[in-house]
Design a protein around this ligand. Sequence first.
Ligand code: ADP
Ligand code: ZN
Ligand code: ZN
Length: 751
Amino acid sequence: MYKYAQVIIQFATLPEIDRFFTYEIPEAFRPHIRVGQRVKVPFGNHNAPQVGYVAFLLEEIEELGYTTKPLMGLVDEAPIINSKQWEIIHFMVMYYGTSFAAAIDAVLPPGLNAKPFSLEEEETYVALTPDTKEVTLYTLQNQHKKTFEKQRLLLNYLKEKGPIRQRDLKTQEEVSLSSLKTLEQKGLIRVFKAPLSFRPDPIAEEKFKILNSEQSAAKERLVQKIRAGEYGVFLLKGVTGSGKTEVFLYAIREVIESGGQVIVMVPEIALTKQTLERFQERFGNQVALTHSRMTPKERQRLYAKVARGEVTIVIGPRSAIFMPFTHLKMVVIDEAHEASYKSEMNPKYHAIDVALKRMQSEEGVVLLATATPSLESYYKVQIGEYEELVLKSRVGEATLPEVQMVDMRLELREGNNQAISRALHQGILETLERGHQVMLLINRRGHSTFINCRNCGYVIKCHHCDVSMTYHRSRQQLECHYCGHKEKIPETCPGCGSSHIKFFGSGTEKIEEYLEKYFHAYGIGRMDLDTTGGKDGHTVILEAFRKREINLLVGTQMIAKGHDFPAVGLVGIVSADMSLYMQDFRSNERTFQLLTQAMGRAGRSHIKGKVIIQSYNPEHSVLEAIRLNAGEAFYKEELANRKLLEYPPYGHIFTVMVTGKSEKEVIRSISLLGNYYRHYAQRAKTDFRIIGPSVATIGKLVDEYRWRIIIVSDNREKLLVYGRYCLTRFEEQEKIKTVKMQWDIDPLTML
Ligand code: ADP
Ligand code: ZN
Ligand code: ZN
């Protein structure tokens, strides 16, 4: 029996105490204690016992140089973190340099207090694997063996009765326990725990569509890999509407039928009621959903259900990757290019990395589905790490839309200073008159996005941030989109007192206003952060659009994603330029993805779709690629650029951001910190490329000044060690209290 436990303290916020502490296990607890359980331990000079997680159990320990204290009690009766999850926790600590406490926090449901958390393992059930082929095959191979007779009885019994409680089974005289064990080992029957009431719904096979030949080919390849029970990563590439979901529904079915479990990740906003229904009508109560609006209690309940094996498929955002499955065999990542899979908060991680790691060690399949692969994924396909499955055509009659570029400079020269060009106006009119619907994408909310004085050039900026204020007509005020600061609309210029204040730039409100003026009769809806505030805000608008109560939908990028509206004949991009000029090495890639996604909204059925893109710089390589449908060439060129700069996917990036209330202190600190980085880079004779210190893209945010250092290297491991080492040395030696420091590795954005 184990005598010692190595424990992580729950609230180990300081790095010094984020490590294993060894405790002696009192005799009475020894038979009950297991890895993954929570325990109460004495810690530091706290009077009250602290909660800790058992990470390792030991029979003996080496000389520690101090006497171990005994732990004081068990919090939970059973482990609440399983061994697969521990692997992820260790991975996160190693790969991202996150703390144990933060990684554990990510894995567990929110809101656990020091009370016992029961996973309620109530009953043990026995059921036949749904894979009847396996059973038949096994029967054929073994039917002449003497030992098979009893196994046959059990198999037949289970076939007839379905899932049955193990103790009920034991009362059956003809059933032998040893044959049960054998069959379980062979994977022909499943022994699992569930409460009394649980009955998994059967898979509704009649709901599966007959696949077209491209879909079938992709599905067959996946099935092959799933059957092999090996690790594999697939990039399922196909425009929206090409039938990707239908393909992975088949793959999921295959996994479930062989006793596996599945996580499906979706960017929250893209999960529509329709998608969920498609899962539920096929898999019934085997599917569960998790999302950010669930209460802690609801999340705990789901966590326990998954741990008990009552749920086979979890659909959810990035945090779903931590679900306590024990037979996880596939992770599907829908819209895999989405930035929301990267956590920007502690612990910082990318859910795709975690999914790859999980499936690598649990021997399953990762399926990345997207119309617009990230450059990283594209690269992984090139070097053979991922296998690409392509769906080239849309399902049924749907065809790719025609693309028209509008040069907004010309528009201005010819006397139209509206945000909507004549071509787009005409396009909207014709589409609506034909009885089809229109979507307009504009990347900014509010009315006017830029307010300045004609007389002296003064720009109205937020008092707390280095960004310009946005005019919101509906609320009759100016708002900062970064910190929420609000202001009255000034009547005269704060700089010179002139009354020549002009409003520039268009947001969703202004476009809506324009549409109301000309197309009121068709019904207009607006979808942005301001109109989707309520619990079901965006569902309500999307439903109205689906039911054709409104025929014109204007919105921010949230309308570009995943939705399937068959009657949309035109998609207009009001300004393709805004995201192109962000100071970020990924801005080309992002713009390309956003535009491709938006285009995917047009012509999703028999309607021939059209896309009109407005730009002040239509010659830009991204827009050229879109116009010419030259995605492949665009990816190649972007990759070449990245290679030149050693940016991802070729190199890795480590960033440190220094923030503080005093600009002087921030600059002084980061200059000093820069010296540390240069000094140690030189001493270690490395070829790390150190960029900066320089002011961040947004130089001031919520009254804090922001400066950063960027370090690039192709050796991720060394970069992480070096990046953190210099920071620690700096903190130890300089002891500067007036600024905060934050670091990240492989960041997705560089704001
Ligand atoms: P994607 O996930 O690539 O956007 P979907 O799987 O959602 O594509 O398919 C788009 C539409 O076509 C959906 O309404 C879906 O039900 C339908 N569909 C997909 N595959 C088939 C098929 N083989 N037969 C009939 N309809 C299909
Ligand atoms: Zn002025
Ligand atoms: Zn602000």
